[in-house]
Design a protein. Structure first.
Length: 116
């Protein structure tokens, strides 16, 4: 990072994403997530670089296996998103909330349709 570059604030990026989604209906959420794919991928890229994600990669892989077993293929994106939101909303501490975003946003990004 050069002196002119500002450090990436994952929490700020996530807050901006959430703010942009606050008026979206449940029925329209998946389409809106797809429309924000580049923003989601950018957040996920930064999350992947954190030590916590690297440290708990195996745990995330196990969760993804469970998600795949319980979800139809066309429901993986929305189910991974809803699981992340549930973890954030029900987090017992701010630290748990922060870690949930970092661990699960890459999983959400993984289930976005392939880039064209």
């Amino acid at each position: 990072m050069t002196e002119t570059q500002k450090p990436v604030d994952i929490d700020e990026m996530f807050a901006e994403l959430m703010e942009s989604l606050q008026e979206v209906s449940d029925d329209g959420m998946e389409a809106e997530l797809v429309s924000k794919a580049s923003q989601i991928r950018e957040i996920a890229k930064h999350c992947e670089q954190t030590l916590i994600v690297q440290r708990y990669a195996k745990m995330r892989e196990e969760f993804e296996e469970e998600l795949r077993a319980e979800s139809a293929a066309d429901q993986l994106l929305i189910n991974s998103w809803l699981h992340m939101l549930e973890r954030v909303v029900n987090a017992p501490t701010r630290a748990h909330m922060v870690v949930s975003v970092r661990l699960l946003m890459p999983l959400v990004a993984k289930h976005l349709p392939a880039q064209h």
